[in-house]
Design a protein. Structure first.
Lengths: 157, 142
């Protein structure tokens, strides 16, 4: 439990850093070149980790189901949606909606147990918690001075 | 306007779907292997789109600081951590904690103008927003 929470927080910190670095790259390369670059670096780093920690099991892929090969397309869909959303709505509104959808779908996935997830019984506390977080997100994003301007190219989250 | 909301919404749905799909794949072939394969296929697709639309310039990497170019490598530990978290504490709790940490760090970076960001001031609204977000996570765990 504590380890899971710690890992989630660590992932969030890394996503924040990566988003800013990607924006710096975006300025010189544009979003598709940046996405291509970022995913290539991620692939190389993951392959290295896999070889270090898993050794020859890296290439042991009998359990692969055909759709696993296409899962990378989801990340490409993310980039398209975020770029267009921000272009049409501006970052503040667009990012607030994206974060809300992320949380809403998280609750949905837990409740339905889709994709072989362990089903978590629906709980009003979960829904209330998510609602309060969403309220916090909108106040954070829209309140007073323009706060964090989280931007596009979140290819890996 | 409606189209914008739809894109932003679908983008969020896909981010969560990505985490869940990675967990599913990790379960069958291992987490590092899953991170390797999803990013390889994503890379190939992104490269094809880039070659097709040709906006921007892949050669522009020469003008980018090496530190920023290396950011892509974080993808490996991000996927590993997120998948392991989802497998231990569930999707909702994982995404909630991840998002709060992400917003807080982004905000701190902006606040202090690190990595060449333009400094922005921290208003009361941002403190209230963060407090609410953390409150929301606590409610879930009551």
């Amino acid at each position: 439990m504590a380890l899971g929470l710690l890992l989630a927080v660590f992932a969030g910190v890394m996503v924040a850093l990566q988003t800013i670095f990607n924006n710096r790259t975006d300025v010189h390369m544009g979003s598709w070149a940046t996405t291509t670059w970022v995913l290539f670096m991620g692939f190389v780093a993951s392959l290295a980790c896999s070889l270090i920690f898993e050794g020859s099991r890296t290439f042991n892929l009998q359990q692969m189901q055909p759709w696993y090969w296409f899962s990378g397309l989801i990340g490409v869909g993310v980039v398209i949606c975020l770029v267009l959303g921000i272009k049409i709505l501006g970052p503040t509104f667009s990012v607030s909606i994206t974060l809300t959808a992320q949380l809403g779908f998280a609750l949905l996935f837990d409740t339905m147990g889709w994709l072989g997830l362990e089903k978590v019984a629906f709980d009003w506390k979960q829904l209330l918690g998510v609602t309060v977080i969403v309220a916090g997100i909108f106040i954070f994003k829209f309140g007073g001075k323009k706060g964090a301007k989280a931007k596009t190219v979140a290819a890996n989250q | 306007m409606f189209r914008g909301i739809l894109f932003a919404f679908l983008g969020g749905a896909c981010i969560t779907l990505q985490g869940v799909a990675n967990s599913r794949i990790s379960h069958d072939i291992g987490t590092w292997q899953a991170a390797t394969i999803t990013q390889l296929t994503g890379f190939i697709m992104a490269l094809l789109i880039y070659l097709l639309v040709r906006d921007g310039d892949l050669g522009g990497f020469r003008k980018v600081k090496p530190l920023y170019l290396a950011g892509g490598a974080f993808g490996s530990v991000i996927i590993f951590s997120e998948v392991t978290a989802i497998q231990t504490i569930g999707v909702t709790f994982t995404i909630s904690a991840l998002l709060i940490a992400q917003l807080l760090v982004t905000f701190l970076i902006d606040r202090f103008g690190w990595f060449g960001t333009s400094k922005s001031k921290m208003g009361a609204a941002q403190f209230i927003g963060l407090a609410l977000m953390i409150g929301g996570v606590l409610i879930m765990k009551l």
